[in-house]
Ligand binder design. Structure first.
Ligand SMILES: *Cc1c(COP(=O)(O)O)cnc(C)c1O
Length: 386
């Protein structure tokens, strides 16, 4: 139930594990620095055109090795060291690559952060607008790793325009939901859209950048030769296959199920007296804030308690966090991987109640054994790869 994880299909797995890993193909289709690129050109052209179709983008670059490198590609294309970035606070759901001081992005740029309203748990757009007017950033990042609500991309674009900043929408977590049309698409409201290809979209590990014709050349140069050498052609083949799968109507049904499953889980947690950041969820993950319902239980305790029965979640900071990021007061719970395995709302209700039982009775060993057996059975009846 790690919100950023998923299971790729056997076809994507085969592409990612293919002989294409052997090929050097620095450059882009039709303009490589190596001979013998006929077939990898076909592969990359397919991945690019499918990405453009899926998201309605004018230009896609499918070479970033990861989501972080996609963001680096945008920063290096558009910013100079010392330029200003305004992004969501890590404690409020942001990402290291949005300017955290331990990451290159925080070391090269001057970064300030916006946050969520402590009462509602939603991004405080008024405060964001005021902050942007005062700070005059060169680039505003929308997007998150642990924010359970949709972003209002139109609103952030207005703010970006009002201060002359670029708008980068990092959709790493929701790439599949955006592709399926069950989450707002920032194309048209952002100059750049970056993402990972292995989270809610099941296209294998990697990254991508979507942009307009206007910025296409700058982005391509920034990825290669600017920031990377030879592209990972096996991963690009995985992206081509995964994007094709995401264009099928079944994928839309999958994405709808992901959201329905998360909502079912949210309902159980709420019924069991647990607080959720923002009171619920619009997407594939939710954040449980344990401070009121389980004041003695840290996020770390909860993660360990659940792991002892085979349920994997991650501890997560919550808005207004007072504990360290290694301890935390919350857990992040996601449904994309379980949904891929065929878990539906009734299984989510079972799992939700069992999670609540385990947190309510941290020392009950009989319960541990009982839930462990139930988890084993649920996994056996929902195999990942046949
Ligand atoms: C996961 C994530 C990334 C980085 O992805 P990697 O592929 O792990 O580098 C970037 N931005 C956000 C918002 C993410 O959630």
């Amino acid at each position: 139930m790690i919100a950023s994880e998923n299971y790729i299909s056997a076809a994507v797995l085969e592409a990612q594990g293919s002989v294409l890993t052997n090929k050097y193909a620095e450059g882009y289709p039709g303009a490589r620095y190596y001979g013998g690129c006929e077939h990898v050109d076909t592969v990359e052209e397919l991945a690019v055109s499918r990405a453009e179709d899926l998201f309605g983008a004018e230009h896609a670059n499918v070479q970033p090795h990861s989501g972080t490198q996609a963001n680096m590609g945008v920063y290096f294309a558009m910013l100079d060291p010392g330029d200003r970035i305004l992004s969501l606070d890590l404690n409020h759901g942001g990402h290291l690559s949005h300017g955290h001081h331990v990451n290159f992005s925080g070391q090269l740029y001057e970064v300030e952060q916006y946050g969520v309203d402590p009462e509602s748990g939603y991004v405080d757009y008024e405060a964001l607008a005021d902050h942007a007017a005062a700070f005059e950033p060169d680039l505003i990042v929308s997007g998150s790793s642990a924010y359970p609500r949709e972003f209002d991309y139109g609103r952030i674009e207005e703010v970006a325009e009002s201060v002359g900043a670029y708008h980068l929408a990092d959709i790493a977590h929701v790439t599949g939901l955006v592709a399926a049309g069950v989450h707002a698409n920032p194309i048209g409201n952002a100059d750049f859209v970056t993402g990972s290809t292995h989270k809610t979209i099941r296209a294998g590990r990697g990254g991508m950048i979507l942009t307009t014709e206007e910025h296409a050349e700058a982005i391509d140069k920034s990825i290669f030769p600017g920031g990377q050498g030879g592209p990972l052609m096996h991963n690009i083949a995985g992206k081509a296959v995964g994007f094709e799968e995401a264009l099928e109507p079944e994928f839309r049904a999958y994405a709808e199920d992901v959201v329905a499953n998360t909502r079912a889980l949210a309902q159980v947690f709420t019924d069991r007296g647990m607080a959720l950041v923002s009171g619920g969820t619009d997407k594939h993950l939710l954040l449980v804030d344990l401070r009121d319902s389980h004041p003695e239980t840290t996020g770390q305790d909860a993660e360990e308690r659940l792991e002892s029965v085979g349920i994997t979640v991650n501890k997560n900071t919550v808005p207004g966090e007072s504990r360290s990021p290694f301890v935390t007061s919350g857990i992040r719970v996601g449904t994309p991987a379980l949904t891929t395995r065929g878990f539906g709302e009734s299984e989510m209700e079972t799992i939700g109640h069992r999670i609540a039982d385990l947190l309510d009775s941290p020392d009950d060993e009989e319960l541990t054994a009982e839930v462990s057996a139930e988890v084993d059975e649920l996994c056996e009846t929902h195999p990942i790869y046949e």
